[in-house]
Design a protein around this ligand. Sequence first.
Ligand code: PMP
Length: 297
Amino acid sequence: YYNENTILYFNGEYLKATEAKIDLYGQSLHYGYAVFEGIRAYKTESGEVKIFKAKEHFDRFKRSCELIHMPYEFNNDELIAACYKVLELNNMTEAYIRPLAICPPNMTLKAAEETHVLICAWEWGAYLGEKLLRVMLSSYQRPNPKAFKIESKSAGLYVNSILASQEAKSKGFDEALLLDIEGFVAEGPGANLFYEKDGTIYTPAPGNILPGITRATVIEICHELGIPLVEKQITVAELEQADAVFYCGTAAEVVGWDSFNNKGFAKPWAQSLGKVIQQAYKAKVLEKEFDRAAIPA
Ligand code: PMP
């Protein structure tokens, strides 16, 4: 992720990653009381480096902090400019950008009085790989919305994601699917879910999921391409009957499923609407024209 030349942003300064320091006596480290974002920059068709949906990511960063009472006194345009500066200082054109909000030293369970921001970046290929995913139903649920602000992209929540990923990998799968506390389909450890059935695309309604920026982009693409889209509560039985399924997220982008609990789907991925959406997504992030003729009849 970094070497002796890597530069990061911390609290208004640009520092060497090997020299930047944080205090070890803090709530962020001890209690997972921190907020982060995951953003990607692409070298677009024109050659210009662009951070995809930077405003949306920093709006969520702010909302995530406010939801868990971390004071947010930052100007998002300045933080976005800092992201571009970090890319420039590290000579990066395609990169994953990680803003992290942490608290100064304090070992109590009181809400933070101050927030510090780190922004670092590294080159990261497709997070879940290029291959279709073999997914299993996790024995872990997504956290209860009454126990946590689940729409806040908070660090502590990600122990749940690590447990679900580890379980899936230990059983020979690529990835997990988690249900919500009511037993409906929620999301993956780091991605939102969509499936296709009879020409319509379905996705879990907000409430028990992270409101993904990629999810919003996929919805936007469906509207642009005239693909019918429904947001609703989804049962496991409905998902098992899907024609095709995919996950999406900033790190993972759009990635199709090979199977769910070792059972395949009716449509080959290459002929699915998900494949079209995957290409449209790629075109969008690269600011390329997208050929609508690619939509299967
Ligand atoms: N759900 C979870 C639990 C995630 O961690 C992520 C990744 N941030 C997503 C969904 C997808 O969100 P986004 O498209 O904003 O990256």
